[in-house]
Design a protein around this ligand. Sequence first.
Ligand SMILES: Cc1cc2nc3c(=O)[nH]c(=O)nc-3n(C[C@H](O)[C@H](O)[C@H](O)COP(=O)(O)OP(=O)(O)OC[C@H]3O[C@@H](n4cnc5c(N)ncnc54)[C@H](O)[C@@H]3O)c2cc1C
Length: 409
Amino acid sequence: MIPHLANQYLCTGCLACVDSCGQAALTKKNGEDGHIYVCYDETLCVGCHRCEKICPAINGERYASNEINDSQAYVAYCTEETLYERSTSGGVFAALARHIISHGGYVCGVVMEDNTAHHIVTSKLEDIPRMQGSKYIQSDMSGIYKRIAQLLKEERKVLFCGMGCQAAGVCSFFKNNRNRQNLYVVDMICGGVPSSLLVKKFMENEKEYSSLVGFRNKGEYVLSCLNRNGNLVYLSNKRTLPLMGFFSDLTKRYSCGNCQFVGIERLSDMTIGDYWGSKIDRQESVAIVHSEKGKALLKELDDVKSYPIDWRFVNDNYRCVIGKSYNNRRLQRKIMPWLFSHLSYASLCGLYGCTFQNPFLTMIFVYNRVVSKIQRFFIQRRKKIIVNRLQQNQFNKKLSAMSNYNGGG
Ligand SMILES: Cc1cc2nc3c(=O)[nH]c(=O)nc-3n(C[C@H](O)[C@H](O)[C@H](O)COP(=O)(O)OP(=O)(O)OC[C@H]3O[C@@H](n4cnc5c(N)ncnc54)[C@H](O)[C@@H]3O)c2cc1C
């Protein structure tokens, strides 16, 4: 009778199970580690096990693999300056959002409100700027699946954009929906989501700021905040707790350290991420299309320039194919809830934000660096193997296409 939900190591907090429950037996819970989890009320559960079948972390359906069938990578950027400027990288998301809304559709993306991130569904062009930009904190997807279901029922077009695990939740939830063709699923290359405790502690202690607005300005990682006078300030010092905490990799969800939603070929229509090999004076995005629908959508964007590339870009962006991190096993991660509730802000900045206040914290910093160098060595090796295989696959595909063509001719 009792549903076997994903445990804290597998759960991604996508909340698909919560919206799938017809009895409201499942609810969102904020974990002690600052991540989103699910709890359930056995008095309401009728034992239908729908939640288990929907959960992309445990339902056994593969979201992505490193094999390539029809996925194709492009470098892309938006030529419309206002859309491009506010975006994290090339502005592909903003161009997609504008295209869908201009054609009467709805867009689902993430906004910051009260120093937390959550998905919204909107058909207003003026909401696009709020959704643009990466928020290095997990977004709350409460109620989103139900809202999308309602729109699909009304035969509206919907563009969903979120992390791989959230997109997997969406793909699983709407797998058998009769209007599935109206749903465009875009996921992102993801380096993992850090704990919301980083932002919470930062806001509690840096009292001159009233709210956190953004985390990044194109290639530069800077925190932007509104101060008490309502002015926007950029904290160009990278050693702020939310940003350095993101880089330290020590507060992320357990599921991010063993991410099941990486790989080249995915169930989504498109994957977007940063492109680091740009030869022009512009931050560009990488857009990997996985379906005919995704390919057609990218082509329809008049204000996006794109050209195909091979898989070597993965060399500069391994998170596209590798979701492993051993930092999950580190003591700093395991006892993080205790540390956040017992240590001073200054000590937390030292432990997770890499500031050097005393010899002990400096020693920890050096130790962290050594461990991450060792991890990088293994990642580099694995990455090399994957990129070679992808390149070989693509070459074989081209070769067989040519021989078919010659044979046919
Ligand atoms: C936590 C996180 C980690 C990332 N790690 C990597 C990485 O390792 N490598 C890489 O290439 N790219 C990574 N990205 C993606 C990258 O930062 C850009 O978002 C991507 O290049 C697309 O850029 P864009 O200019 O097209 O769109 P953007 O203007 O960046 O908008 C992209 C979309 O992301 C959504 N979004 C923003 N924050 C979140 C969030 N917290 N959860 C879910 N959706 C969100 C927005 O609503 C919007 O729909 C990460 C993003 C996030 C949020």
